[in-house]
Ligand binder design. Structure first.
Ligand code: CDT
Length: 315
């Protein structure tokens, strides 16, 4: 007897560079093309990158006001992004989209939304792990000013039941932190979606360039396996006005295996029919959290931020 498989048509829409001179209208045109391609290949959910509507502006020194005037969205959908919502509803495809959000109270966040097949915003996530710095580094080849331009997200990692799956969201640097994934797998996430902009060069120390891709993939693969989730990660990549960022968009199975990976540094769509049942054996056995986790021995994880002294021992 054949078992019915619970599959989700899952797409990652990687973006090539968005230059300073590119308009929102041009960018949304590219997103529309990829939404249609993904739909034609059987996708029900399309994952777009972090800060997908603009260049990765935290690389430029400017005032917060200048950044907000040029790169932030005051409402969503707004008239420039509305065509994406309209086409998603017409096709019956949901999506995840990252953008710079300025709230009605004037608070700036690095945000992602989850939009269902009826084009309703069903989930919002505001980035928690903000990398980089807030001061000007005039000697660096570029800046990484996320700590200047964004506030830390105001809500914990969440999950949303939509499009036939329990879906968690995070953004870029969050993927490097085990706590991100565990927060969502403890809420029974089946899929974690994320966008990223990862510069190829580290401005803080001469990190060998190949490690950027290695750390990206090893993190995605280990986290998917250790948390029994599918992971779908969409890059914005290539050289934005000469500033290179890694590609390597991937869909990873709960086995830790890569089910699909981008081969270009341009707009490129990956589609996988993701069998959500694959995780079940892992959840019942090696990672049966309810039976095997020992939170009474994990206290430091929430008590301490940085490393400190050894814990006292009885023997
Ligand atoms: N956008 C973003 O979060 N980028 C960071 C750069 C890290 S620099 C160490 C990332 O984690 O990919």
């Amino acid at each position: 007897m054949s078992k019915t498989r619970n599959t989700l048509g899952l797409a990652v829409a990687q973006m090539g560079p968005v230059h300073l001179a590119d308009t929102r209208r041009q960018v949304v045109g590219r997103l529309l093309d990829m939404l249609r391609q993904a739909h034609a290949r059987g996708a029900r959910l399309v994952v777009f990158p972090e800060l997908a509507l603009t260049t990765f502006f935290p690389r430029y020194w400017m005032s917060e006001d200048q950044a907000q005037q040029r790169f932030f969205e005051r409402s969503m959908p707004n008239p420039e992004v509305q065509p994406l919502f309209d086409e998603a509803r017409r096709l019956g495809v949901g999506f995840y989209l990252g953008y710079a959000e300025l709230t009605a109270q004037g608070v700036p966040y690095n945000t992602a939304i989850l939009v269902d097949e009826q084009a309703r915003i069903v989930g919002k996530y505001r980035k928690i792990h903000l990398p980089g710095h807030d001061e000007h580094k005039p000697d660096a080849p570029f800046q990484h000013l996320e700590k200047k331009f964004f506030r830390v997200g105001d809500q914990p990692f969440g999950v949303w039941d939509t499009m036939g799956a329990r879906i968690g969201m995070c953004l870029c640097n969050d993927r490097r932190w085990p706590e991100t994934w565990r927060m969502m797998s403890l809420q029974s996430a089946e899929l974690v979606v994320l966008g990223y902009n990862t510069p190829s060069h580290n401005i803080h120390w001469p990190e060998p360039a190949h490690l950027r891709m290695h750390h990206h993939l090893i993190t995605l693969q280990a986290s998917a396996y250790q948390n029994c989730v599918w992971a779908a990660a969409a890059a914005k990549c290539g050289a934005e006005d000469g500033h290179h960022m890694i590609g390597g968009s991937v869909i990873v199975a709960p086995t830790g295996e890569i089910a699909a990976q981008a081969i270009t540094e341009d707009d490129e769509v990956l589609v996988v029919q993701a069998d959500l049942g694959v995780a079940e054996a892992f959840r019942r056995h090696v990672f049966d959290f309810a039976r095997h986790r020992r939170p009474e021995h994990y206290g430091l994880i929430t008590e301490r931020v940085g490393p400190g002294p050894a814990l006292p021992r009885t023997e």
